[in-house]
Write a protein that binds this ligand. Structure first.
Ligand code: ATP
Ligand code: MG
Length: 400
């Protein structure tokens, strides 16, 4: 049996009043956009709920899209039946059988909206549960702590039957909390940081630094694929490809010691801040996690962050690696991230990067590089912009 409808819970957002209805409206718009290629779908708003009528479109295909709509907290496949006892009983049984997950304890909750229906809710609970019990050996009724609650709503024209609740991404609807630049490497962490920022309602543009020809074209392709995964949640994302070779080489010509990485990172942040200004973003999102590597000590992060005035959001800062990996797997970026690639920062990497850089010393080194500002501006000027959509076909695997 296939579901006839999908019932949406737009966002059990902990918001009140006006904000809430505004946000629900945005989520609903996003829902419609996400499934616009299914032309037979129709949408019905009823009693504060949103229903999608499938009209023979595939539930499986539609639900895949819904799982990526930001702000959508959950949804349920709904089976419909005409308002006749036998029809309701057999549909309810089929809906139970659809679950097919060996759960033994259930309860039926009937709500009679249509008072003309001849049996009241209590009678119907028994009539439906009794029918299911008889048909499926091994099931038990447990009204206090059921594993499955089968809900039956008797409406004016038909009965709605549903039990399963599919968890959505939740969070805030796309872009409702402003816009940020995501510094995206090809690693595991920054795509996860990007996802968490998107889920918190930030619209993103991605910024990637490459040191072509020292870093390969395939590592740029890899970054595009990571952006494509994020685009699954956000629609097309603009990716800024920053040529970093010249700055790296020039810094390395005059300074090769333990503060090299600190200097590079400060340059990256400065460029990203300029791009943020040019493209109307008011924060920078990065994937640092405290303690992971030398540049991710709190002192190091402080000295690097001081290079810019724009706020830096580091969603992973207090997360364990295994939590980060779990999210990377959920959003399907892990497999891409673990493919080998060269990050621009590994070029000219000193053997012992500083874990406790001094801001004073770093600033005085930068002062001696009187060409630095012009180089930063030149990198911004030479940055290429690419729009990356969700449907970008993976070409990456073929390159290995
Ligand atoms: P990731 O897994 O995201 O690469 P990481 O643990 O390797 O992170 P670092 O290499 O120290 O950490 O980088 C810290 C952060 O700096 C990254 O999460 C990312 O936001 C940013 N970053 C690093 N390299 C690049 C790059 N080539 N382009 C853009 N941003 C970068
Ligand atoms: Mg990295």
């Amino acid at each position: 049996m296939k579901p006839d409808m999908i019932m949406l819970r737009l966002g059990e957002l902990t918001l009140k009043g006006k904000n809430r209805s505004r946000f629900e409206k945005v989520v609903f718009e996003q829902v419609k956009k996400s499934v616009q290629s299914f032309s037979r779908l129709t949408f019905v708003l009823e009693f504060g709920r949103v229903y999608i009528h499938l009209n023979e479109e595939s539930y499986e295909a539609v639900q895949k899209r819904l799982r990526k709509v930001l702000g959508l907290s959950s949804f349920s496949p709904v089976y419909t039946a005409p308002l006749e006892l036998e029809e309701i009983q057999s549909t309810a049984l089929a809906a139970m059988e659809m679950l097919d997950n060996g759960q033994a304890e259930f309860k039926v909750t009937v709500r009679r909206v249509n008072k003309k229906f001849p049996y009241d809710s209590q009678e119907m609970n028994k009539l439906v549960a009794g029918y299911i019990l008889k048909a499926v050996p091994g099931l038990r009724v447990n009204v206090n702590q059921p594993e499955v609650e089968l809900k039956v709503e008797l409406r004016e024209k038909q009965a709605l039957i549903f039990s399963q609740s599919v968890t959505g991404v939740g969070g805030f609807p796309l872009g409702t909390n402003g816009k940020a630049m995501l510094m995206l490497s090809g690693g595991i962490d920054s795509p996860v940081a990007g996802f968490l920022a998107l889920r918190q309602g930030l619209r993103l543009e991605a910024v990637h630094f490459h040191s072509y020809p020292y870093t390969s074209e395939r590592s740029q392709q890899k970054v595009k694929e990571l952006v494509a995964k994020l685009s699954g949640y956000a629609g097309d994302i603009r990716l800024h490809m920053v040529p970093f070779t010249s700055i790296q080489t020039r810094i390395h010509e005059v300074y090769k010691e333990d503060l090299f990485i600190t200097l590079l990172r400060r340059a990256m942040f400065r460029i990203t801040e300029k791009l943020a200004e040019n493209y109307g973003a008011s924060a920078i999102v990065t994937g640092e996690s405290l303690g992971q590597v030398a540049s991710q000590t709190i002192n190091s992060m402080n000295v690097i962050g001081r290079a810019v005035e724009v706020p830096i959001i580091q969603p992973l800062v207090c997360m364990e690696k295994k939590e980060i990996i779990r999210i990377a797997e959920d959003i399907d970026t892990f497999e891409i991230s673990i493919l080998p690639y060269e990050d621009c920062c590994t070029l000219f990497m000193p053997p012992y990067p500083s874990t406790n850089p001094s801001l004073r010393i770093v600033e005085s080194i930068e002062k001696s590089m009187e060409w630095l500002d012009a180089e930063l501006d030149e990198a911004v000027r030479l940055t290429e912009q690419i729009w990356v959509g969700a449907d970008e076909k993976p070409q990456f695997a073929a390159l290995f």
